[in-house]
Design a protein around this ligand. Structure first.
Ligand SMILES: Cc1cc2nc3c(=O)[nH]c(=O)nc-3n(C[C@H](O)[C@H](O)[C@H](O)COP(=O)(O)OP(=O)(O)OC[C@H]3O[C@@H](n4cnc5c(N)ncnc54)[C@H](O)[C@@H]3O)c2cc1C
Length: 298
């Protein structure tokens, strides 16, 4: 099976995952696979299905909490499916799922197309960002997407148009239904002024540097903001800033970030998230919902 997969991409056995997620935690995976192209991804999935091997699609690992033990299956990285095309006259951008979102923003701005500046500091792939409907400053990515090309459970390629995509704050049908692998997306952008867009990006960068603990590994906001309030404010009101389990800590700078300050394990992060959730519930009666995703914790 391994030799067959090698015809379509890279495969590594018992590969460590620590450097493939922004918390820098997690164990290993039985197989780590990087397909060379969309067609190769389909061939690899056929082989995995024939061999009853479960798989998980990994983006940049910036919104997930992996387990410390070995993932008993294949983790598929789409890092080689990273093509970006910008068509200024059509106000259109096209990106494959493994392209990094900040790179797409930069290329759009270089071509004087605006709209995605809000996403310049979101360290995810296009696929992972569409899945979770990444957003910031009251904008979200799916507002700009005109269509998403996906692979369905029977490995058929489908195009889902904007009107058919259900999404809301930090979620989408892709996250709720877990039926599709996102392959690529098209975006509709507006004609803009490059200098103006670069100023917006710099302003947002300064805001992030001032408010987020970017000096430590994390996976961004842990909890969704509840209607009309902020998860960070609630957590801070419970005096949890600086609270620590093992090497994981509620950030002193932003209470809705958990940071890996000293070789944290996934278990440390898992227990700290539960502790914060339960404390906030007990003290404020607000049931916070997690934005990050636990992978392979059942
Ligand atoms: C410092 C920092 C700041 C952040 N700021 C923000 C912010 O402002 N706004 C925000 O929304 N998020 C933010 N995040 C969180 C994160 O960057 C985003 O959620 C990002 O969009 C996740 O993309 P990813 O590629 O890393 O996904 P991953 O974490 O790799 O995966 C997330 C989920 O998406 C699924 N997935 C990934 N690719 C595909 C695909 N091709 N097809 C189907 N499913 C797929 C995975 O299976 C997984 O379930 C921040 C994170 C950090 C570390």
């Amino acid at each position: 099976m391994i030799n067959k997969i090698k015809e379509y991409g890279n495969i590594e056995e018992h590969a460590p995952l620590k450097n493939l997620n922004t918390y820098h935690i997690g164990g290993t995976t039985k197989y780590l696979i990087s397909p060379n192209s969309i067609n190769d991804l389909i061939q690899i999935l056929k082989i995995l299905k024939e061999n009853n091997i479960k798989y998980f699609i990994l983006g940049n690992g910036s919104n997930i909490i992996l387990n410390d033990r070995e993932f008993d299956g294949a983790i598929i990285r789409l890092n080689k499916l990273n093509g970006i095309e910008i068509h200024p006259s059509l106000h259109m951008a096209y990106a494959e799922a493994g392209a990094m979102l900040p790179k797409l923003v930069q290329e759009a701005v270089n071509n004087s197309l605006m709209g995605l500046e809000f996403a310049s500091g979101i360290p995810g792939t296009v696929g992972g960002s569409i899945y979770g409907n990444a957003g910031a400053y009251n904008s979200c990515i799916l507002d700009y997407v005109t269509s998403v090309t996906v692979l369905d459970e029977d490995l058929n390629v489908k195009v889902i148009e904007h009107e058919q995509i259900n999404y809301s704050y930090r979620t989408s049908m892709f996250k709720e239904e877990k039926k599709y692998i996102i392959l690529a997306a098209k975006f509709y952008l507006k004609e803009g002024d490059k200098e103006n867009s670069l100023n917006i990006i710099e302003d947002r960068r300064q805001r992030r540097v001032a408010s987020q603990p970017l000096e430590y590994p994390s996976a961004g906001s842990v909890f969704r903001n509840p209607e009309g309030d902020f998860a960070g404010r609630l957590i801070e009101s419970c005096n949890l800033k600086g609270y620590r389990i093992g090497g994981a800590e509620v950030s002193e700078k932003h209470a809705n970030f958990i940071v890996n300050i000293d070789n944290a394990t996934s278990k440390d992060v898992y227990e700290l998230i539960n502790y914060v959730h339960d404390t906030v519930l007990e003290k404020t009666n607000v049931d916070l919902h997690i934005e990050q995703e636990f992978i392979d914790w059942e």
